[in-house]
Ligand binder design. Sequence first.
Ligand code: SAH
Length: 391
Amino acid sequence: MKIMRELSGKTIRPKCKYYSECGGCQLQYLSYEDQLVLKENQVKKLMGNLCDVNEIIGTESPYRYRNKSHYTFGKNRKNTIISGMYAKNSHSVIDIDTCIIQNENSDKIVQTIKSMMKSFKMEPYNEDSRTGFLRHILIKNGVNTGEYLVVLVVGDKVFPGKKNFIKALLKKHPEITSVVLNVNNRRTSVVLGDYETTIYGKGFIEDILCGKRFRISSKSFYQINPIQTEKLYKKAIEMANINKDEIVIDAYSGIGTISIVAADYAKEVIGVELNRDSVRNAISNAKINKVDNVYFINQDAGEYMVKKSLKGENVDLVIMDPPREGSDENFLSSVVKLSPKKVVYISCNPETQERDVKYLIKHDYKIKEIQPVDMFPQTDHVEVVTLLVKE
Ligand code: SAH
């Protein structure tokens, strides 16, 4: 195991004035350099006995990096409208005018909407009484295109004064390229509801990542830190060392970003993703980028792998990037059956990754490289890419 780098032992004053109430950024009390040391050490402690761990890839932009911003609406005790984040371990909203890891312009759009609510007689949604209208605002922005998608999550489909509202909003924020109305009147902590309608623009944004163009809708997954995502993908592709004869599965493929980037190097890439909206975006994205050796399948990744392994088909490389819970036995046992030479495992949760790679190690895979990447500065989350090869 490589020697652990040491923390400076100093704490700093968090930049954000809501730090103690909010709880979204657990590590703001450390300098950015110390945050990196802490995360690297965490990965070394967990996986250092399996393979040497590379130095973590940090960022030059540890603030304002998020391209997806989220605000909840409510009222305070004085009955004034407030918007911000839920307080630590609670469902009460803290009034926040700006969040230093979110996009600054998105903060401004939310403040504008908040200031318009009174004149449009728009009430915040009340989760207990299930009355009122505006529940959340979600804003996605394309860092490299300047596009903004504003999703108004509301309690009711009926939006009186919709046209004038949009007109007034666009006058102040001409950068907004699309507005979507999403209805969520269920008792749930999930932000988005099922019903959705586009009330202005195309209903999605596009962004450019790794030189390719990607379409992103309200419900589809897109990495939230594009500067670090480019570094993450570059490293994953380098580890995968793909050649033009190889067939690749990109499991948990989202809107097809990794599949489409990998397709340049491979014979064929198959992206597998459960979320229908993400798959729709992925299919458009292959077309937009004129990539014709990539296919997308809308299915549970484990189920797909089982079918594939039963057919006795051949795969050279599996790239997998599951959600925080990690992968499942179906998936991992099928990887073993399909027996690809290489597995590149990207994870936003090293604990579930460690569990899953141990399964693969038991079945004749060996870890060759572990690379932590800091995708979420100020928070205690860390991303890890691991390369496994068949012995
Ligand atoms: N690789 C993509 C997406 C990673 S996020 C990127 O880099 O952008 C994880 C993705 O897994 C999400 O899009 C989520 O919808 C999808 N997902 C979650 N459970 C799944 C399952 N059982 N089968 C397939 N995809 C799943």
